[in-house]
Design a binder for this molecule. Structure first.
Ligand code: 5GP
Ligand code: MN
Length: 332
């Protein structure tokens, strides 16, 4: 864990009303948004706070308390630039590298505001005044919980719903190996409030569009197995997205499906967009997909969940390159 946070300084800094911006990574997920909105609900008690996300986020997160106040940078650039320019304090949540904020990168880097990063990815950029970074923790939401405790904040129903969502979405519903006793204790504490946890799961996992099932069917037909490497690949083409009326979030979790097979411990998902191919890697057990993503795909993430992007949209070339690197890497 790296913590350079000076809580006395931050408490003192927050004694007077400040302009605060909370931001997170491109295509924010449940942890990114849950963490951002939990912090937003706390800080807006005494400050002027905006949550700005780089681009659109999935429809199944739009019910989160506070989500209607989120600003999407991509579609409100000049307003957002003004807000960031006037900020006294910036929070960078759930990302370790500034480039993951996409087109916001430049303005964030140039901002003279105090910057605090709270994140759980390995090797964070040294771009902030203060940092709370712990890659052994399963979700940023757990770090936000600790941060709020240090600031002597009172939890609320809204904060608890947001943090619960962050924890659940980043831990596969408390399933992954990095879930600890402390994770469960935090969840127990959040459940002091009437968070209606079943309702949250319904919203997250049982509110899908038909396009998701159409894409799932195509994706499974595209399954490739590499039995000698205990690996699998699934992919979707841009034309599949168009013919199925794809909406953001429809393919969430597809990368996990091959892992349900016996003797498959490494799964890859390629999805073709107009500007390139987005990659997701997942593993179970010892295979380090973060290292694999970094070494061959200029990406990163965690040991069992990582991602990357290829600027070229040629799917055949991407698959051949993947197959080559897979064989090379696992021969070592
Ligand atoms: P996902 O497959 O859900 O998009 O991403 C899985 C994990 O990898 C997440 O923790 C995410 O933060 C990280 N990740 C995804 N894409 C990239 C990337 O291009 N670069 C880096 N460094 N991490 C990524
Ligand atoms: Mn996260």
């Amino acid at each position: 864990m790296i913590s350079t946070i000076d809580y006395a300084f931050i408490k003192n800094f927050l004694l007077t009303k400040k302009n605060i911006v909370i931001t997170t990574h491109k295509t924010p997920d449940g942890d990114a948004l849950g963490s951002s909105l939990a912090l937003y609900h706390e800080l807006k008690k005494n400050h002027h706070v905006n949550v700005i996300v780089p681009n659109e986020y999935p429809h199944y997160l739009k019910w989160l308390p506070g989500s209607s106040s989120i600003l999407v940078y991509e579609s409100n650039e000049s307003i957002c630039n003004k807000i960031i320019h006037n900020a006294d304090l910036l929070f960078f949540l759930d990302f370790n590298k500034l480039y993951r904020t996409y087109t916001m990168c430049d303005i964030l880097e140039k901002s003279a505001a105090y910057k605090i990063m709270i994140d759980h990815h390995e090797e964070p950029d040294d771009c902030c005044d203060y940092m709370l970074s712990d890659s052994s923790v399963a979700s940023t939401a757990e770090l936000i919980y600790d941060f709020l405790k240090h600031l002597d904040s009172e939890l609320s129903q809204d904060i608890s719903i947001c943090l619960y969502t962050g924890i659940i979405t980043d831990t596969g519903s408390l399933r992954y190996p990095n879930v600890t006793q402390k994770t469960h204790k935090i969840v127990a504490d959040l459940m002091r409030f009437d968070i209606r946890h079943s309702h949250i799961h319904e919203n997250l996992y049982n509110s899908q569009n038909k396009s998701r099932l159409d894409l799932l069917s195509i994706c499974l037909q595209n399954l490739k197995l590499y039995k000698d490497q205990y690996a699998a690949l699934v992919f979707l083409m841009e034309s599949d997205l168009m013919s199925s009326n794809y909406q953001k979030g429809d393919t969430e979790g597809f990368v996990n499906l091959p892992l349900s097979l016996k003797n498959i411990n490494f799964s890859t998902f390629f999805i073709q967009f107009k500007d390139g191919i987005k990659i997701s890697f997942r593993s179970q057990g010892d295979f380090d997909v973060n290292a694999f993503a970094k070494l061959y795909f200029n990406g990163g993430g965690h040991k069992n969940a990582a991602g990357g992007f290829i600027d070229n949209k040629d799917m055949n070339a991407a698959i051949s390159y993947f197959e080559k690197t897979l064989k090379k890497h696992l021969k070592k």
